[in-house]
Design a protein around this ligand. Sequence first.
Ligand SMILES: NC(=O)c1ccc[n+]([C@@H]2O[C@H](COP(=O)([O-])OP(=O)(O)OC[C@H]3O[C@@H](n4cnc5c(N)ncnc54)[C@H](OP(=O)(O)O)[C@@H]3O)[C@@H](O)[C@H]2O)c1
Length: 287
Amino acid sequence: MNNPAFATHRKIGGDLEVSRMGYGAMRLTGQPGNWGPYPDPEAARTVLRRAVAIGINLIDTAHAYGAGYNEGLIAEALHPYDANLVITTKCGLTKMGPGIAYRDGRRKAIRTGCEASLSHLRLERIDLLQLHWVDEDTPIEETVGALAELVKDGKVRHVGVSNVTLDELERARSVMPIASVQNRFSFADRSQMDIVRYCIEHDITFFPYGPLDGNPAKIGAPLADQTGVLAAEAAKRSCTPSQFALAWLLALSPVIVPIPGTRSVAHLEENAAALKVQLTQADAAAL
Ligand SMILES: NC(=O)c1ccc[n+]([C@@H]2O[C@H](COP(=O)([O-])OP(=O)(O)OC[C@H]3O[C@@H](n4cnc5c(N)ncnc54)[C@H](OP(=O)(O)O)[C@@H]3O)[C@@H](O)[C@H]2O)c1
């Protein structure tokens, strides 16, 4: 049974209901450099279909993953989509080759990126479009203004931001409501705690990316647990260190929706079962 202390769902922007445990699809692309198709597309489709089958209704991707291939793979595996499936994607980062990308937050790039995502995902409207990275050469107000236009045009339902500072988040919120923030955050890496606190205070959905401290440059690297705390806490609760790391995020606040990434069905199922780990908000805060 799931831990009753964990809300099982979160409403992004107040009305877009997603499972508390999402799935990050980024790793289902060609490596190294997150470029081109995943070498075993049937295995990738199996992971995506299994995620939906076990009740995960949130899949996170980006146009830059692949580039375009990750979104296309999701459509191949899951289209026509279940009515409650939420696919979140990102714009504002143009990928040119393996590991080569540049940020472009100009209005034209945001509109072009949105059209490309709509086409790859075979959607009429994107439920949540996130600004992948802030382009330092374009005022964030211009970029978010372009996203607001896409909402008015009916092409996007909610807007989120990623890899932002507090100042950038506040500037974005001065233009339009920001439904979500996606920054790096995990048990092992709490450098973005100020943003997490801000999201909790303002009831903004927070997607911690790299929730298992995954690093795209270290494919398949094990979870960092230099102090052994994860292993010890996991042993106390008869769960795995990965499950404990995810449960810690779930327990911290109901605004937090982890999006762990994996290429393996076994890890996918293990991660989803983190919802069962017995951990209270007070325990999580104490750790
Ligand atoms: N906004 C951004 O700039 C940004 C940047 C990075 C990521 N993201 C998003 O965040 C998602 C997750 O990030 P991430 O994939 O970099 O990091 P992560 O979820 O922290 O870690 C993924 C890594 O952990 C391994 N793993 C997963 N489950 C495991 C388990 N139960 N036991 C042991 N190892 C396990 C995976 O290997 P296996 O494949 O072998 O399971 C993979 O190497 C991405 O898919 C993407 O949607 C966003």
